[in-house]
Design a protein. Sequence first.
Lengths: 382, 250
Amino acid sequence: MSASRIVAVARRIAQGFRRDERTLGLVFVVPIAITLLLGWVIRDSEAGDVRIAVVAGEVSPVADALRTAAEDADLAFEVTIDDVPDEAEARDRVRGGEAEVAIIVAGLRGGPITVVTEGTDPSGDAARIGALQALMVRAITSLLPPELGIAVPEFEHETVYLGADADSMDVLAPVFLGYFAYFFVFILTGISFLRERVGGTLERLLATPVTRGEIVLGYGIGFGIFATLQVLLLIGFTLLAIEIPAFGPIPAFTIGLGVTSVGSPVLLFLLAFLLALGAVNLGIFLSTFARTELQVIQFIPVVIVPQGLLGGIFWPVDQLPDILQPVAQVLPVTYAVEGLREVMLRGADLSSASLQLDLAVLAGIALFFVALASRTIKREVA
Amino acid sequence: MTVTGPPAVEAIGLRKSFGAIHAVDGIDLALEPGRIYGLLGPNGSGKTTLIRLLAGLARATAGEARILSTQMPSRPMLARIGYMPQAEALYPDLSVGENLGFFAALQGTRGRDAIGRVLELVELADRRGSPTHELSGGMRRRLSLACTLVHEPLVLFLDEPTVGVDPALRVQFWAHFRRLAVAGATILVASHVMDEADRCDDLIFVRSGTVIARGTSAELRAGAGTPDLEAAFLHYAGLDAEGRPLETAP
């Protein structure tokens, strides 16, 4: 092993990046822009108004009680309630888009309450129906004679980690750190190494005394430096919230997402770096199976997307179907996501057995791909 | 020809097979220092495979390749060899100086002197800072040659070095090769362009992975009874004037 040759390979990669503004933008600007956009969408999207058509018939006070309950409750959306004479009219309103929900109350004593929605927005429907159920309980309780002494208890929500007011962004931000590093580093290394193979520079490289190990290590360091800068930038952007006061016509705004993290940024970095190192060498390895840059891009739905679906980013791994769970257990992103959440959300440190496992598996996967990548550099002399 | 020492490049029964195809089919060679050898043959005749075997980039199926008495493949010996591949094999995003600096560093050659000297040699000294993708085709070819020469190798393998090079530059290239040979380098130039052959000290005609004739240009033409080297090649290859196999040997 010659340190100067490893440095030469790493420096060559950095020199190539320096003149490639577009790739620099892809590495440093795009992840921030996407994270910013996601944070904006998740935090500032407004729940639409909910118009409810109530058919209460002989128990018409229900609509009024519901209206009162809605006014008293602190809901995420505006509720307007219309009394309608019959079921057909209520259904027509939902079908025609004049109401989001129709509530058909057959009777207060044992009859079913039918809730009709338009049906093309299942997650929105679920949120609305959940809120309406609570409203309905309040409304009906308010109709009961007060001498019965029945009152609806208030829920008070507390959490062990994060605050009760944490949003999806707080939970998604940690994994975005890892996933971006993985995605960009994989694509860049894959294409860069394919160019080495196709352009003949690998052949020229192998006609020098450089070893395969030196090439792979040099690549790891060269791309590792950029992955490191990318991750540091993203960690900073995710954790910080710098308030910029209003100035002239520009309103006040915040730089950074201000996601609460209770763990060590050093551990976050270590996790993301190990993940990226694995991605560099996976890129080198898979470039063997591509003849053109388009064919490297074709690995995205094969390598990157399944890890996004199965790696625990959106759905917890232990809730996946039984057959898919073992698949998730061999994906590097699974361990990175778990580790990043452990550190960021639960404040895990190196004494945590779960974090130790995540780090060990990521290091193991990185080493495995280092070995595999150097095997694919075909050469007769080691 | 007087032999003053061990040959710089040797092939002994060298063979390389890819399945049923014998790309190099039992070649024996001994190349002396200070001479330019022309490896001539049509596309697909095994020239590149032979060079890759000699340069230690491929392992022989049978036989042996030796450079400066060391059996190839040998990693330390790669620092004494200069290999110019057929492909451009440069990094387009790097500057001229950065490309050269990179290959110099891999060869263990340090300092700006070596880079400056070789840039003077290929007349690119004023383009040192230019990005490689902005160079003309001929300039890139010159840079490719500079990358091959930057560590002052004793043995040079040049695979089609003048492909896509204009006639004026071609003359300059051959003048460089001659200067290097005079300084003691052993140079093997693969080409399918017969009009370059007269610039070589010795010619090796290859076809279907075997050497079909060897000698100086004059010897080979005299042996075939023709003043034209291309006709001589066809003669040794057992082909008629239109490249069709002869029915029977004359």
